[in-house]
Design a protein around this ligand. Structure first.
Ligand code: DON
Length: 562
């Protein structure tokens, strides 16, 4: 009996503690980092705990992802930052990779003009000139409050002391082991067969990071780190030179800004297609008031898919690197144009993608993936998506440096009309040229409501990035979900070509799928796959911070309590 009472008391005490923390914890959250790995989130939060801001935390978390999330975290890739300072200033930094100086439009074509499979995907020629370290250093110069060297130390420690291999990570490494060996030889670091529960100690990367800690940007773009990089790229058939590395510079860009109902949305401008496409899709959806339909109901899916179809068609023709081509951004986001694009939509029957071409825009100039979100106690917010493109990029590993090199060159259009690894089609606007940036879909996004910070989000997922960000926004603002539910709930995707609606596996009812098929939508269940891994932070009207880490990955939200 005594034992029973004690047990009861313990249960009550436990319930009481849980009740108190459930009631009170969100109000005490002063800052948060949500990223693909718990270690990286914790490192960013530790930086904020010692007084650093969201930009300081960004640098530390980003470098930690390079260590413990080698499939996407990187020092030899690129990405985009969208930020909002505590004072309400918005901006973005483009640290996207560039085509090497020796690149040219037909570099992936054979003598008959056909695309040579894998040439833009695997090996040295697939590698774009990396932008990440230059980007992080630029952010540090503008916003940093903690010395650079200090911000790099946690990643060095993680590389030296090791990170824990998760179940998902083991699967990912096992799946690519043959590729690692094919490119780098049997002795390559990541072909050791790391298993779940193993600790990966990467001393070579620790030394590279030490050099970057001491020398800042030039620690990567010149000196022994650069020598090893250039040597490895050229040994695997690539064309990047020291001159390419030395001439790399990130670019501050005006974010794309659009309104959706009472929301003000700031997101990435070209060379990402993310911002323009997100804006187009949401503005095409807005008049339909999708919140009146049930979440993931047939009607809601129809409106969203039809808007996606039309936007991705425009993407294929108009979008590329704004430093090389003129992009009719205002026209593409013009409400009259977008309403006109949706004129041909009917709830009765699917539009066929063959009946949709990119819209006709008249303008007066000539032609021419891991995400993390951070909010700090001061109220600064950063949304960062960064990538090697494919998992482990080009699979080329710099043994001496301990890191993978990107295969971002595949994001260019190798040949008009021929799809890239994400099935995306492009043309002249996204053709390869020396020092040009390849078109991206990355969509780091910040939302304001009534002039106040309301949400920070983004995701990896190639072409599905834009539609995953968009669905997460609608889930919160139209379907009234809390941020974690909005992130976790099933997603679907359409991108004009191929003309297929993709649903996450086993999460949508057969009745719904059959009804869509009856309306003429092509749904190929075999194409079902995980869509996006969204990491988001929501800030309520009374400044309560809540977080959503995507359960599709090992993503984790770490909170700063004060
Ligand atoms: O920039 C882009 O759009 C692609 N390179 C992103 C790749 C990506 O998201 C891969 N992750 N799943």
């Amino acid at each position: 009996m005594k034992h029973f009472i004690l047990k009861e008391l313990k249960i009550h005490a436990l319930l009481f503690v849980l009740f108190i923390s459930a009631c009170s914890s969100p109000k005490h959250i002063k800052g948060a980092v949500v990223s693909a790995r718990e270690e990286a989130s914790a490192i960013g939060v530790a930086v904020m705990a010692k007084g650093g801001n969201a930009f300081d935390a960004m640098i530390a978390s980003d470098l930690a992802l390079t260590v413990c999330y080698p499939n996407a975290g990187n020092i030899a890739g690129g990405g985009f930052l969208v930020y909002r300072t505590a004072a309400g200033e918005k901006g973005s930094l483009d640290f996207r990779e560039k085509a090497p100086l020796a690149a040219y439009a037909d570099m992936y074509l054979d003598q008959e003009g056909n695309v040579i499979p894998d040439k833009s995907l695997v090996g040295g020629l697939a590698i774009g000139v990396p932008g990440t370290v230059a980007g992080l250093y630029e952010i540090h110069k503008k916003f940093g409050t903690i010395p650079w060297n200090e911000l790099v130390q946690p990643a060095i420690k993680l590389a030296r002391e090791g990170y824990l291999v998760t179940e998902k990570q083991q699967k990912s490494l096992d799946g690519k082991k043959e590729d690692f060996i094919a490119i780098n030889g049997k002795e390559t670091f990541y072909a050791q067969g790391f298993k779940e529960g193993d600790w990966v100690k990467n001393e070579a990367l620790a030394l590279t990071l030490e050099f970057i800690a001491k020398n800042g940007k030039s620690g990567f773009y010149s000196g022994p780190v650069a020598d090893a990089l250039v040597e490895r790229v050229q040994a695997t058939g690539g064309i990047i030179t020291h001159e390419d590395l030395l001439s790399y510079a990130p670019v501050w860009r005006e974010p794309v800004h659009f309104k959706y109902k009472d929301l003000s949305i700031y997101t990435m401008a070209p060379p990402s297609s993310g911002g323009i496409c997100l804006g187009q899709i949401m503005k095409m959806i807005e008049p339909y008031d999708v919140g009146q339909y049930k979440h993931n109901s047939m009607e809601a899916i129809q409106v969203i898919v039809e808007a996606e179809r039309r936007s991705y068609a425009d993407r294929s023709l108009y979008l590329g690197d704004p430093d090389f081509v003129n992009i009719p951004q205002d026209s593409l986001l013009d409400m009259d144009y977008l309403n006109q694009r949706m004129d041909s939509f009917s709830f009765e029957k699917a539009t066929k993608s063959t009946d949709i071409s990119p819209g006709t825009i008249v303008w007066d100039e000539s032609e021419e993936t891991t995400h993390y979100s951070i909010v700090d106690p001061m109220g600064n917010a950063v949304a960062v998506t960064t990538t090697l493109n494919g998992s482990y990029g080009s699979k080329v590993f710099v043994e001496q440096g301990g890191y993978f090199l990107n295969n971002e060159m595949d994001d260019f259009s190798s040949k008009p009309g021929v799809p890239n690894m994400f099935g995306l089609i492009g043309g002249k606007a996204n053709a390869i040229a020396p020092q040009k940036r390849m078109l991206s879909a990355m969509t780091p996004t910040i939302v304001e409501r009534d002039g106040k910070l309301s949400m920070v989000l983004g995701t990896p997922g190639g072409s599905t990035i834009i539609t995953s960000v968009m669905q997460t926004l609608l889930n919160v603002f139209e379907f009234d979900m809390d941020i974690q539910t909005a992130v976790s709930t099933p997603r679907f995707h359409h991108q004009w070509l191929p003309d297929i609606v993709v649903f996450e596996p086993a999460l949508f009812s057969q009745t719904l799928i059959d009804s869509l098929k009856n309306k003429g939508y092509d749904v190929k269940e075999q194409y079902s796959r995980i869509i996006g891994r969204v990491d988001a932070i929501s800030i309520s009207e009374n400044n309560t911070i809540t977080t959503g880490a995507d359960p599709r990955g090992d993503d984790a939200a770490i909170h700063l309590y004060k």
